[in-house]
Design a protein around this ligand. Sequence first.
Ligand code: ADP
Length: 519
Amino acid sequence: MNNTVDVIVQQKINEQLFQKLELAYFCVDHSMRVKDASDNLIDYGYEPIRPGSDIEDHIDFMIGLDSHTELDLPIVASPSGIPISVSLLPSENQLTVLIVNASTQADQRQLLQQKANENELLVFQQKKLMVQLEQASLELEKKNMQLEEASRLQTSFLSGVSHEFRTPLTSIIGYTNLVKQDLQKVSQELVPRIVGNDDSPNYLRAVQRSSKHLLSLVENLLDHGKLDSNEIVIRPKATNILEVFEDVELLLKPLSNTKQVELRANIDLPPKALAVLDDSRLRQCLINLVGNAVKFTDIGSVTLDASLTGEVLHVTVEDTGPGISQQDLEKIRLPFWQGSDTGKAGTGLGLTITERLVELMGGELLIKSELGKGTVVEFELPAPLVYLDEPANSLEGIPVKPLRILLAEDDTDIADLVCMMLIERGIEVDRVENGALAVEALKKGRYDLVLMDIHMPIMTGYDALAELNARGDTTPVVVMSASAVDADKAKAIELGCRGYLVKPVDVDDIIGMAGQVLS
Ligand code: ADP
């Protein structure tokens, strides 16, 4: 490239650059007098500048600056409001000042600033949300604790209520049994006429059935408290399943007789078959299901089918009642849910508990229903069969006879009842009404077994167990309590009790347990 071309190119580049950057300039001497100024300064809102004039009269950002210092001013605003960037370039004779349009830069800076502001705002909001979240979580924790407390109170209330119910029910069921046995003897020996073909008068059986029904309701209440905490325990034992079904039929027949409902029971079970099942839980499920079928059916029939195939028990409860809508079928298993227009009393717990119990026993509860057509509920349970020559509850093999039992029970009715039942079976019984007296009695005499209530005045059964442990007394103690709460049982076992019976108990339960403990 020759020089001429060079100069032209240089000029072109300068022009382009000047245009692109919108470059304006002025030069001043070292006394700040204008030497030269570009015309396009007016594009930035500056008035035309006369050479020789004082630059501070024209351009305000020059006020106070000196002509020897090289300087880049941060973006400033020109008189017409355009952001400009200014560079002061001193040389020997003059100071050249370059002005460049910095709108893009300013925009970017503003954008950056805006982003920074937004960021700060976000951080602030985030912090605020964190504080709110923390507060909410504290609130939630507090609410949770309140709920837990409420649920604990509910459970303890329910177990308390259930406990209170069990004690009188023990008396009712036990005494009715005794009276029934007495009357059976009298009727067989003396006056068969007064009781007709039946073994015992109907009214006594009605009292017994009602008490058992009441007991199953109490059991539902107690179990609801245990549902969440997985505290329900299944206790399988050799059970005559036919008896369980017959019991349920007898229990619910009177209710069906009060309406135009025929209760049919097709129980195809071997009479002496013993299966390993929790009889009281099975009974509870059946009472809930057959009870519902009878309760909700006003006209028609309720059919209870039971059969054994191999070692599986099949149960179906079918009714011709009002049926359940598809919508309601989805809610029916929720605790406390009840159909709105049934007009029947209830707690809304029966199905919830039955479903859980069936599951715990290894089955599944199936409910089929159609509005206006009736309901079918069915389940199957594993029922391993056992073959025993002798009844399960037997004292056979116990070496020391006659058996001497010390009964510690503060409820006089129950103490009378248990004494009567045991004495009738040839067992010697001494009774005391609190734990302290039990400990005293054991110091003085020898007993094969102690039957000990837990909640007693002066000294509880727990304290008595602890005292006996401390004294090294090895007389086996069987606790007989109205509390079915597992924690109570665990505590008693920890204190060394050898067996735990939940009231109401009958004489066979006591003898069976004594047999287990003493053999
Ligand atoms: P409860 O019977 O105490 O109300 P359940 O849990 O046993 O509580 O039943 C819940 C609801 O399911 C009942 O209120 C009723 O609406 C409905 N239900 C249960 N069994 C039947 C049935 N056999 N026929 C019609 N409705 C039923």
